[in-house]
Design a protein around this ligand. Structure first.
Ligand code: N01
Length: 540
């Protein structure tokens, strides 16, 4: 083999996962190196800097559980914007010296397991190669954009940006005529920025977003939260379903009277954030009646903010478009009020389907809409899509994307049978979409570190999740989903937003505490479901 740099661990991605793993693995004495496509640390917060980009998880829970970082950082917002998040990552880099062990501007295209040396070799677009015993793919769940195959898009003569490929520097929205496709978190945030300053905004909506009020707060950085509480916060956050400091109630909606329910909904709604979603009755995502109670409350609250009843019926219809919370409810600050402005219009593309793009805009079945800036807030090939630009090959050259083509299969939402010594974080079949990212990553980092230490202590060369364990875990993910309301929505949670993609639950829906228990049990039972025997050499 040619001489190429060799490490104990190679990590792809310098976002929350990459920083967390680098810190903990380094401390444990491993020689770790990161490859990152972006020019700096930050992961999703390097790429997502479209106007209004802001996190929907609240601080201080949306941060790394690393004392060197949190003890020297104070947030100024309950829900920080992308600028503050970029500053946070600059700070994390400075404190942890992530850059020292990172190759930036380096897109890894291939990761191949070698059965003889029992190592992974990664190759970058620029030809650079490196080798390691362990390969940790920490590329995030929204790394692959999705642009629908719209007829005539190339004919459009104005500017076109996908939210995830927003140009550095500003694209001034003032005085612009804007077409915006998509009403997920991204579309909602862009609408709030564009509405007050643009000449005209057409928001093309296929499915209403059942948004919750953010209740933004500004903090005085000179009077920060007592850092002595943080250690406890980080312990506590992994004991709640969503990795926050609040959790589902222990009762069903039907156990309360209508008056009691109304009081509770008012309280949750007033708190802002995700409370109305994941601090609600515990059956809200499981039981149609409980869900309808929540939806009806939400619909009353929101429609009261929209002046025109016809527009209210498009944005917050009387009949739920899908069960509340089975598609990501985004947090909004003044989203619905934008549609009370004369220059902001919602176009229901179910009532008037998109026909084609023209030089000056877009034609629906009802006529042409003219604009000079088109924003595609059309989302991502989420979770599994993040791996699609890579050739990841395990034992006997088995290809990860081929393996997942018809059905995603993992063990513990972190490993894959026949891909030895490989972990991925915050990806498919983990609590990913239903958890605060840094909380989920905290749990996964511990498991990965424990596994590597176990192998080092016991002089084990490689691990491989067994096919049986993978099958059992994957089957459970599907069975859990089938007992919930999630299959009733077409969402990226289930891969249903991408034409042709298998529709299946792509997340672990039992919540973070159950996931923590499962990982603890696996460890206690000597890594059950994992084969530490030497990997067989290919027979040709
Ligand atoms: O993407 P999305 P996103 N014709 O997939 C529509 C995280 N995130 O970028 O709902 C017309 O949610 C599509 O319509 P429909 C967060 O986890 C977080 O907004 O499929 N419309 C939908 O409205 C989030 O959930 C933050 O019917 C079409 C939109 O495009 C995830 O990323 C901020 C269409 C896509 O919405 C993804 O969010 C941003 C078509 N052919 C992102 N195809 C924060 O934390 C798609 N659409 C704040």
């Amino acid at each position: 083999m040619a001489e190429i740099p060799s490490y104990d661990v190679i990590i792809l991605g310098a976002g929350f996962s990459g920083c967390s793993l680098l810190y903990h693995l380094r401390k444990a004495g491993y020689n770790v190196h990161i490859f990152e496509k972006a020019p700096c640390v930050g992961g999703t917060w390097y790429w997502n800097h479209y106007p209004g980009a802001r996190v929907d998880s609240n601080t201080p829970m949306y941060e790394l559980d690393i004392p060197e970082v949190y003890n020297t950082w104070n947030w100024s917002q309950r829900f920080p914007d992308w600028q503050e998040l970029r500053e946070y990552f600059k700070h994390a880099d400075k404190v942890l010296e992530v850059s020292k062990d990172t190759d930036f501007n380096t897109t890894i295209t291939d990761a191949v397991w070698d059965e003889v040396s029992q190592t992974w070799t990664v190759t970058a677009e620029n030809g650079k190669q490196a080798r390691a015993k362990f390969f940790l793919a920490c590329v995030g769940f929204c790394a692959k954009n999705f642009t629908p195959d719209f007829k005539g898009l190339s004919k459009f003569k104005g500017e076109v940006y996908h939210s995830n490929e927003w140009p550095e520097g500003t694209v001034d929205l003032s005085g612009r005529r804007i077409g915006l496709i998509g009403t997920g978190s991204t579309g909602v945030q862009i609408t709030q920025e564009a509405g007050p300053v643009c000449e005209e905004l057409f928001v093309f909506q296929r499915t209403p977003n059942l948004c919750l009020h953010m209740k933004q707060e500004h903090y005085d950085p000179s009077a920060p939260i007592d850092k002595a509480k943080y250690e406890e916060y980080f312990k506590q956050r992994i004991t709640s379903f969503g990795g926050f400091l609040f959790d589902f109630l222990k009762k069903k909606a039907i156990e309360d009277t209508p008056e009691e329910r109304e009081k509770l909904y008012e309280e949750l709604y007033a708190q802002g954030g995700f409370q109305f979603w994941v601090a609600n009755y515990h059956d809200v995502l499981l039981d149609a009646e409980s869900n309808k109670f929540a939806y009806d409350f939400w619909q009353r609250k929101v429609s009261a903010r929209i002046m025109d009843p016809k527009i209210a019926e498009i944005l917050a219809p009387k009949v739920a478009p899908h069960p509340f919370g089975t598609k990501r409810p985004s947090l909004e600050q003044n989203y619905y009020e934008q549609f009370n402005r004369p220059n902001v219009h919602v176009v229901d593309v179910n009532a008037e389907p998109i026909a084609e793009f023209t030089e000056n805009g877009m034609r629906t079945s009802a006529g042409e809409y003219k604009f000079d800036l088109l924003i595609l807030a059309t989302g991502f090939d989420a979770l599994t899509g993040s791996y699609k630009h890579m050739n990841i090959k395990g034992i006997n050259g088995v290809d990860l994307n081929e393996k997942w083509a018809e059905k995603t299969r993992t063990y513990l939402g972190m490993t894959v049978h026949d891909f030895p010594n490989m972990f991925f974080t915050y990806g498919p079949q983990a609590p990913t979409a239903f958890s605060n990212g840094p909380s989920c990553i905290q749990v996964q980092t511990k498991f990965i570190l424990d596994t590597l230490n176990h192998m080092r202590d016991n002089k084990l060369t490689s691990f491989n999740a067994t096919g049986d364990a993978e099958m059992e875990y994957t089957t459970q993910i599907g069975e859990d989903a089938s007992m919930s309301l999630f299959p009733l929505a077409k969402s990226w949670y289930m891969g249903a937003n991408i034409p042709g993609k298998a529709v299946e639950m792509l997340n672990y829906i039992r919540g973070l505490p159950a996931y923590v228990d499962l990982l603890d049990t696996v460890e206690k039972e000597n890594w059950k479901g994992v084969d530490f025997a030497p990997v067989a050499v290919a027979q040709n």
